[in-house]
Structure formats: C-alpha cells, structure tokens
Design a protein around this ligand. Structure first.
Ligand code: SAH
Length: 551
C-alpha cells in the first residue's frame, strides 16, 4: 500500500481546490510555499527539493500547478529505477487532472477519483488502458505479473493488432475489451508455475500458495523460497506466511514475511487443504485452487499503540503517532481527544468514551487488538503523564490472557501540557522542576500535601496538572497556601489555558496575585522557583525563564 498522498501548492489561489482533494484523501497533507500560502499542514521553502524528496520517499504527489513544472522538476530522478509513486498535475482551479507517472502504482485510478470529485474528465492517456478497459500490467489483488518489461512488449503487440487467448482463470478479464481469438498466437497465462514468460505470453501468477512455519530453523524466508522452487512454484505465487497463534511474539516471523513481501497471518488450525510433499526445514506448503485472500485467513498479530496527541495543534504531534493514527483500524479515547486526532477515513472505527472510564477503555483496546486489529488509544499531551499508558499497562498486568500478552504494544510519547505551556512562556522549567496532579480522585489528599511541602521546600519549579474542578473546588487554594509557606509573593506564575488549541491563553502573574478563580480544569499552572525571572519581549509581553545555573 502506498503512503498517504501529498498535495503540493504554490499559492493561496490553489488552496480551495487542494481542500476539495483533501476531502477525498483525508490523510493527505497540504504542502504550501512558505510566505505565499498560509495555514497549511506542511510549509516548505523550496518547491523542487520538496517534490523530489516526496518522490524519493514513494509518496503519491498531487501537484496543483502546470504539468511542465512537475515534469522538469522530477526529470532528474526518472532515470534511476527506484520508487515510482503516482504523480498527478491538477490545474489550480480544478479544471484539469493529468496523471503523469506511476501507471503501475494506480495513478489512473487516482486521476479518475480526483476528476470525479472535481466534476471533470481525467486526462487518461494510457493506450492499453483506454483500448482494453483495464491495465493488463496491473492485475487485481490476488494476482501478480511475472515480468513487467515482457508485459509492456506484450501490451504493445496487442495495441499493434495481435489477438489473444486466455489460459487459466482470469475472472477480471471477462469485463475487459480484449481482442480475444481462440487461435491467437498471443496468450495470457494464469499459472503459479515457476518458469520464465515466453515471448508471446503474458504470464500472471495467481497468489495461491500458503507457507506454514511449523518450526524455525535458520533463515525462514530462504527456506520458504527453496520450498517453492522445489515444488516448481513461482515466488510470486506465495500469498502469505502462516504461523501458529502461539508464535505471535516471535520477532523473526515479521522479518521473514517482509523479506518475502507477503502478509503474516496466525492460525489456530492447519489450513483445510492437503500439504504439498515439500517439507523443508519445518515449513509446509499449501496450494489453494483459488487465489488466497490473506485477510480471510486466521488473524494478524494485533497492534495496540498508545499515542500522545500533544497539546492540541497537529504540528506538535510526533510523526510516529500520526502514522499510527493513519494505520489504525480502531481508535479509542475520550471523545474530545478522538475528535482532535482526526480526520479519519470512513472505515476507521471510533470508540469514544467518558473521561473516567480509563481501565474499561484499556481492556476494550486489548480485546480489539488481540483479535488481530490495529488499535490506537489516544491521550492528550503525553500518554504517560496522568493518562492512558499507565491504565493500559495496569490492564495488561492484571490479565492472564495469552492473546493479550501477544499483542504488539507500543507507547509513543507526546508533548505534555507542562512542556507546551512552558515553551509558550519561555523556559520556566529550565532548571529542576516537579510535576504534580492536584487531583485527589486517585490518591489521598494527605499525600498531595506532603509532596507539595517537600517540592516547595526544595525550591523546585512546580507544574500542576488537574489543578481544579467543580468536584474539587478548594484544593488549589490549599496547595497555593503550602507553596506560599516556602516562597515569596512575587514568585512568578504562568497559567496556560487550552495551549495549542483554539482560544489559547497565556497569563503571567505572581504567587501573591494568583486567585483560584483564574484557573479551571483546562489550565496548566506553573509556579516558578526562587530563581525564575522575567524580562520584556518586543511584542509587549514577557519572557519567563529559570536560569540553568543556581546562584
Ligand atoms: N496527558 C496530559 C495530561 C492529562 S491531565 C498531558 O500530558 O498533557 C489533564 C490536565 O492537563 C488538565 O487538567 C490541564 O491541567 C492539563 N492540560 C492538558 N492539556 C492542556 C492544554 N492544552 N493546555 C493547558 N493545560 C492542559
């Protein structure tokens, strides 16, 4: 599968068309020339460098500019055989859609989708596709073309007037407009046999073979290849690698599957097919009469990724978290945060729950992931700071379900509210500091007072999460009293509310002036240490920082 497309624009006049295309591919990001385009996800400085870098990374490119500019820009890269992602030029007013490169990557399909969304006709120029109504070189899922260069010659022979026979089962060609003739010299051959394609045939391998790993000896991928060769089967006829459910956490298996270029599936029982008598090094081969859809066999190893969204703004989310969200089949979290993590594709399932149901949400996430799904649990800020990561681990430790233990669990960090607020103000956490939640929902208030006493006495800068709520009205006032017992009234205080979100506010005050009424549950409270200082900045505000050295 390709990466999400990049929509590249040069000026604000293209933005409306870019947004219409983005509605079609919600994961696509708009790249805009810095200084000329405002408010896009990915500002860039150099058009050529950006386009070439995207191309090298195999990212589909939708460029809203003249086709000629795109061609000239990418020309130096076209000689080398590497990635060839789909590349399209779209007129900035949306009146023309021109597929340029990536015929085998599905550029014509994208051109049709975009053109349909923009209500214009796509400029499809691929003769074979126009004439035959299908791209012969790009067979559907479950089939693989044996030799692309040979295939190109074959298609040009057909365009030159040759007729063709079909041998084997190619259901998708029934709808094509091919010059079929039973006595034709050219033949489209559907077969898993391992042999070179002859000059007069288009050889297509159906993916009908499954390799089951019973025991691992040596290099699994090499063993599978040897087994296929021994059975006279083409490597491309392999549909998937299978392993028993008990081997889910074996790291060698995904590496082998990747080397073979096929999905890895886990099964409880052997496939209901006779095994080929090709037992090599602990691997059995099964051949199905039909192409195998790996997604329908057993299950994948489930994935559970706990991600931090950062304070709110998308540009402060780490790329690994964005990728996990793109790949997620299920997304769980508090409704506000799930909405913040979007946009999502229609097939992605969102499970929104109340903020208090963390443990139940964590268990639900494991249920989904252990069935083989790709699951993401979202937290705001960092998932390990008063958030979901600890709840997920608590649920895992309490479970004796081997399927839960086998889930591929990862935790991706995020920019926590204290860090985001501190950065807006300057660097109030530039020296030692202490993070505390003032919520006594999950710990006794006595403990909070004890920690406040010690942290304040130790002259640490303090960052308060969950400072106040309707159910906890007096706690912040009491906390400030304790701090005031160790710090002067002119100690600097930073209040960050909805940092990184719409309506964000940053307030600078002092310990003596601070009133609990200025604070709500969407506020981060940072209290400086005795050395925290301020000085004016040009825009009229002030920089606040805690020097790195101690007086
Ligand atoms: N995991 C989150 C914290 C969850 S606790 C993180 O790492 O940021 C919730 C508390 O975090 C809120 O009561 C508030 O004090 C603080 N908070 C979260 N997001 C914030 C934001 N965008 N601006 C200011 N404070 C925020």
């Amino acid at each position: 599968m390709h990466n999400a497309p990049a929509i590249v624009i040069l000026g604000n006049t293209s933005l409306a068309t870019a947004r219409r295309i983005q509605a079609l591919y919600p994961q696509a990001e708009i790249h805009g020339l810095r200084g000329r385009v405002e408010g896009v996800e990915q500002p860039y400085d150099d058009f050529g460098d950006t386009l070439r870098e995207l191309y090298r990374r195999d990212t589909p490119i939708i460029a809203l500019c003249a086709a000629g500019i795109v061609i000239r820009t990418l020309a130096p890269l076209l000689q080398s055989k590497g990635a060839e992602p789909p590349v399209l030029a779209v007129a900035e007013d949306g009146s023309a859609v021109v597929p340029l490169l990536g015929g085998l990557g599905g550029v014509n399909r994208m051109a049709r989708e975009i053109a349909a969304a923009l209500d214009v006709a796509p400029a499809i120029t691929t003769s074979g596709e126009l004439r035959f109504g299908t791209c012969l070189l790009n067979p559907p899922a479950g089939y693989a073309l044996a030799d692309i260069e040979q295939g190109k010659r074959f298609v040009s022979d057909l365009l030159g007037g040759e007729t063709v026979r079909i041998e084997g089962d190619a259901p998708w060609l029934a709808k094509a407009r091919l010059p079929v003739d039973d006595r034709a010299g050219r033949v489209i051959h559907i077969s898993p046999a391992d042999r070179p394609a002859s000059g007069t045939e288009l050889l297509i391998h159906p993916r009908v073979v499954m390799a089951l790993v019973d025991s691992m000896e040596g290099d699994t991928a090499a063993t599978v290849r040897a087994g296929l060769t021994g059975a006279g089967l083409a490597p491309l006829s392999l549909a998937c690698l299978l392993a028993p459910c008990g081997r889910m956490s074996d790291a060698q298996l995904p590496r082998a599957a990747e080397a073979l270029g096929v999905p890895l599936r886990f099964i409880a029982d052997d496939p209901a097919l006779p095994a080929l008598n090709q037992q090599v090094g602990g691997i059995r081969l099964f051949v199905s009469p039909e192409p195998v859809d790996p997604a329908a066999i057993g299950q994948a190893r489930g994935r559970l990724t706990v991600v931090g969204l950062g304070p709110g703004a998308a540009e402060f989310m780490v790329p690994a978290a964005k990728l996990a969200l793109q790949q997620a089949e299920d997304v769980l979290g508090y409704e506000t945060y799930v909405k913040m993590a979007g946009p999502f594709r229609p097939e992605q399932v969102l499970h929104c729950s109340d903020n208090r149901e963390e443990l139940q949400r964590a268990r639900h996430a494991f249920e989904l992931a252990s069935s083989g799904r790709a699951v993401v649990v979202v937290s705001s800020g960092d998932p390990g700071v008063f958030a979901m990561a600890a709840a997920v681990l608590e649920a895992l430790e309490a479970s004796s379900d081997p399927l839960w233990q086998a889930v591929d669990l990862q935790i991706f960090p995020g920019v926590s509210a204290a860090l985001a607020t501190a950065a807006r103000a300057g660097a109030p956490l530039g020296h030692d500091f202490c993070i505390l939640s003032l919520s006594d929902n999950l710990k006794p208030w006595d403990i909070i007072e004890l920690r406040l006493e010690h942290a304040a006495a130790a002259d640490l800068a303090l960052a308060f999460y969950n400072p106040i709520s309707r159910a906890r009205p007096w706690q912040l006032g009491r906390a400030l009293e304790i701090v005031a017992g160790h710090r002067s009234g002119d100690t600097l205080v930073v209040l960050g509310r909805d940092i990184g979100r719409p309506g964000e506010t940053l307030t600078l005050t002092t310990l003596a002036e601070l009133r609990p009424e200025q604070v709500d549950m969407r506020t981060m409270v940072i209290i400086g240490s005795s050395t925290t200082r301020r000085f004016p900045r040009q825009d009229g505000g002030a920089w606040v920082y805690t020097p790195r050295s101690y007086p």
